[in-house]
Design a protein around this ligand. Structure first.
Ligand code: F6P
Length: 554
């Protein structure tokens, strides 16, 4: 079956620019209004553009939309077949057609009684088998019944993985640090030998458990780091310690065996789980070890709640759908190149990095589902840092720079440590920033302020232009009751579905990642050159750089 036939089989394939709504949105984009005017003209705007769901309150009223724009975006979703696409995605159809796979991270958090078929088999019982294995294994490490090769309880866990086999587990363990137990969890990802050595420096081989996570078990970084860790362990404790101190998560069982990991220490995963969506699978083993299996399962439960919301809520009240359509509007019609994610909790400091892989590896595509170049802007750049730190770093550009940067502000009503004084300060900043970004400060206000502090004449006149804030900067506020495993699961799942919806509207394949291959291929050619097994021809710049590297390396 060729690609085009597969496309026709189960997934909508609509060039969005051919739809009525796209043409209308193009026209609407040519007549921009301002946020200030939108609010002035509609006293119930805040209420109309908000969604309350479970522990989430999403206020998207500070965005460049009005009823006509929003209706057209919703129509665009319909015209590009979002509802059929959603059914195909959640129903396990092979929507990752360039790799011939289903996309079923949602199955990993489905209720035990659900039936989700892949190639005619219900995958749910197998998912629960692995989940039970995660539960009993992590419990035994946490309570110390599982012992190291020298008979001691484990004190440290080292997760060895990269990309989706690292970013999800790191982000979640950091986010749930409040719920953590006594185990110290470390992460080695980069092939940079200094990274692995810095981690190994901090742990004791006698009480360290390595969790090697690689869907393919062919990733250069992970295999190198796993091998270095193995040598380090063997040097301290002997070859026989590997069986007790190494476990693996992968789809590639023969490669794990060849590495020397015992079959009972293998946590399988399936090829219908994409790496960047895999934290809900056995890839989350380090999470279960860090916070315990109960919290891990609550995380999955929260994600499942968001799945149900996404699956059954009308598009106009569907949180991931609305957020995705806003992104499409800014990216494809208003020229935004990036989107900021600003969590107002230090616990979520790795969320932007995690979302960078999820969003940019998924929707950083320029060819549509027919293999033709797209004629519109797709996947945007995602970046961010926690507030309030980011206020003292890049907020200057957000307030007074020239770029259009729609931003998500994520805040929590309740702090975890109950420090109300700090939390009120944090949240005062949270609310103030979106207000300032929207309303800005006009010339008259600036003058009045300067006059109040006694400034007059030429000095005042010179300063005025620099103190004006145009405002009109769009933000979406997500106010969540409390950072718990459940709300975190829902938040991450919300972004996963947002990615999906954007991909449907843009008519691109969100679940492959061919763009990461070329660099890997060329790195292996250069490595062969370093090892003297191959001589390749490079461009003049690369030749020059390689010559310098060889000189300096000695
Ligand atoms: O960077 C490409 C990629 O394939 C990611 O999609 C994936 O998360 C990462 O490499 C790690 O892959 P693996 O889990 O197979 O080692």
């Amino acid at each position: 079956m060729n690609l085009k036939q597969q496309v026709n089989m189960s997934f909508p394939n609509t060039n969005p620019t051919s739809t009525e709504s796209w043409k209308k949105l193009k026209k609407l984009a040519d007549n921009p209004s301002t946020l200030q005017k939108y609010f002035a003209g509609n006293p119930s705007r805040a209420k109309s553009y908000s969604i309350s769901w479970e522990q989430f309150f999403v206020d998207y009223s500070k965005n460049h939309i009005d009823k006509e724009i929003l209706d057209s975006l919703l129509k665009l979703a319909k015209e590009t077949g979002l509802e059929d696409a959603r059914a195909a995605y959640l129903g396990g159809k092979p929507i990752n057609q360039t790799e011939g796979r289903s996309v079923l991270h949602t199955a990993l958090r489905a209720a035990p009684e659900s039936t989700i078929q892949v190639d005619g088999d219900n995958v749910v019982p197998e998912i629960y088998k692995v989940r039970n294995k995660i539960r009993s294994f992590s419990k035994s490490v946490i309570d110390g019944t599982r012992k190291s090769a020298s008979g001691k309880p484990f004190t440290d866990i080292v997760n060895v993985g990269i990309g989706g086999s690292d970013l999800g587990p790191v982000m979640i363990t950091e986010a749930l640090a409040y719920y953590k137990n006594h185990l110290n969890v470390h992460f080695i990802s980069n092939v940079d030998g200094d990274h692995v050595m810095e981690v190994l420096k901090r742990v004791n081989p006698e009480t360290t458990l390595f969790v090697v996570v690689s869907k393919t078990f062919t990733t250069q970084e992970t295999l190198s780091n796993a091998m270095t860790s193995k040598k380090w362990l063997v040097k301290a404790m002997g070859e026989q310690a590997v069986a007790t101190h190494f476990v693996a998560v992968s789809t590639n069982l023969p490669a794990i065996k060849a590495f020397g990991i015992q079959p009972e220490n293998v946590f399988p995963m399936n090829d219908w789980v994409g790496g960047r969506f895999s934290l809900w699978s056995a890839v989350g083993l380090s999470i279960a070890l860090a916070v315990g299996p109960d919290h891990f399962e609550e995380l999955l439960y929260g994600a499942n709640q968001m799945d149900l919301h996404f699956a059954s809520t009308p598009l106009a009240e569907n949180i991931p759908v609305i957020l995705a359509l806003l992104t499409v509007w800014y990216t494809s019609f208003l020229g935004a190149q990036s989107e900021a994610v600003i969590p107002y909790t230090q616990y979520l400091h790795r969320l932007p990095a995690y979302l960078q892989q999820g969003i940019m590896e998924s929707n950083g595509k320029s060819v549509d589902r027919n293999g033709a170049p797209v004629t519109y802007e797709t996947g945007n750049i995602v970046w961010g840092e926690p507030g309030t730190n980011s206020q003292h770093a890049f907020f200057q550009l957000m307030h007074q720079g020239t770029k259009l940067i729609p931003a998500h502000f994520i805040g929590f009503k309740n702090p975890l440590h109950g420090n109300a004084d700090h939390h009120d300060k944090l949240m005062a900043n949270f609310f103030a920033q979106t207000e300032a970004l929207m309303n800005g400060k006009n010339e008259a206000q600036v003058r009045e302020e300067l006059i109040k502090i006694g400034m007059r004449g030429e000095v005042l006149e010179k300063l005025v232009p620099f103190k004006i804030f145009t405002g009109n900067k769009p933000t979406t506020t997500l106010l969540i009751d409390k950072l718990t495993p459940k709300t975190l699961g829902a938040l991450v799942a919300m972004y996963e579905h947002k990615i999906f919806v954007e991909g449907v509207v843009w008519n691109i394949y969100s679940y492959d990642q061919w763009g990461v291959e070329l660099g890997k291929q060329l790195a292996s050619v250069i490595l062969n050159e370093f090892e003297g097994t191959q001589k390749a021809i490079h461009d003049f710049s690369t030749e020059q750089l390689l010559a310098h590297y060889k000189k300096d390396a000695s």
